[in-house]
Design a protein around this ligand. Structure first.
Ligand code: NAP
Length: 281
């Protein structure tokens, strides 16, 4: 498994698991839990969730899946901006911990910029860390100007979770490198383009034809993940609701894209030539 290294020296697998829209359907519950457990078994030990996902249902399902595996997992959750006051993060972090059935989060993220002054949210995060409820904290959907503002307050942020896939590569112009220089890990969300048009694009099919994994011919989902993972110190957090997708995604780490593959993908999905505002879903 490829790895990323945090500025605190901790090393994590570069492929983790997302959980948006998980826990919403009673009939899929068993399969979703099995998929997360298979992922942990396969070494994808980073699990990303948020209090907002299904109004806590994603966290509850993750809690059930990791009940006997907590120490094997690097657990990430997020606070919704309207709850990110000093008192709010104390209360909402504890509520997330209850749903997740654990006494600590490995990483707690501010989901996106809201109306609460950043310095107040940072104070709340630092208090949670001092109290041992979280081991580290970070942000999500922070563009270059937000990160510069944060630089003026603290250097304790360890991760920025942003939209990054072939269809949304604006961050390559500035944010990815700037965060790398800060020692802030990028967590790439929606790396499969949410399973949409990206996976049926002719250029993706073309590149997939040239690759094999230990389980057979490569798929376009594996190419999408290999493309994100080519970036140093970037983690991808695809969501897989089935063990079949999960197994396929793990094998993406076997694929090394060639310069010719990258040129094909650049022609189909142009790299950014100027600053664009950070896209978010
Ligand atoms: P994604 O991971 O790009 O795509 C998930 C979709 O792809 C699902 O429909 C899934 O279907 C499908 N899929 C998974 N593996 C596949 C495979 N091998 N072949 C074909 N289809 C496959 O999208 P995402 O869920 O938006 O993003 C991933 C995670 O990032 C989220 O779950 C969440 O944890 C996080 N996120 C964070 C933010 C933020 O603001 N911070 C925003 C969006 C997402 P099945 O479920 O049927 O497997």
């Amino acid at each position: 498994m490829r790895t990323v290294t945090l500025k605190n020296g901790k090393t994590l697998p570069a492929l983790g698991m997302g959980t948006w829209n998980i826990g919403d359907s009673q009939s899929r519950r068993g399969e979703e839990i099995a998929s997360l457990q298979a992922g942990i078994e396969a070494g994808m030990t980073v699990i990303d969730t948020a209090e907002m996902y299904g109004s806590g249902r994603s966290e509850s399902l993750v809690g059930e899946a990791i009940a006997d595996l907590r120490d094997d997992v690097y657990l990430v959750s997020k606070v919704t901006p309207s709850n990110a006051s000093y008192d709010g993060v104390q209360k909402h972090c504890r509520a997330s911990l209850r749903r997740l059935g654990t006494d600590r989060l490995d990483l707690y993220l501010l989901h996106w910029r809201g109306g609460v002054p950043l310095s107040e949210t940072v104070r709340g995060m630092e208090q949670l860390r001092d109290d041992g409820l979280i081991l580290d904290w970070g942000v999500s959907n922070f563009d270059t100007d937000d990160m510069e503002e944060l630089d003026g307050i603290t250097d304790a942020c360890i991760a920025n979770q942003v939209l990054y896939n072939l269809e949304y590569r604006g961050t390559e112009f500035d944010l990815l490198n700037e965060d790398r220089e800060r020692g802030v890990m990028t967590m790439a969300y929606s790396p499969l383009g949410q399973g949409g048009d990206l996976l049926s694009h002719p250029a993706m099919k073309d590149v997939a034809k040239g690759h094999e994994t230990s389980a057979g011919p490569a798929t376009t989902a594996q190419i999408a993940l290999a493309w994100v993972l080519r970036q140093k110190n970037v983690m991808a957090i695809p969501k897989a609701g089935s063990s079949k997708h999960l197994r396929e995604n793990v094998l993406a780490t076997e694929i090394e894209l060639t310069p010719e593959d990258l040129a094909t993908l650049d022609r189909a999905f142009a790299p950014p030539r100027r600053k664009t505002h950070l896209a978010m879903i």
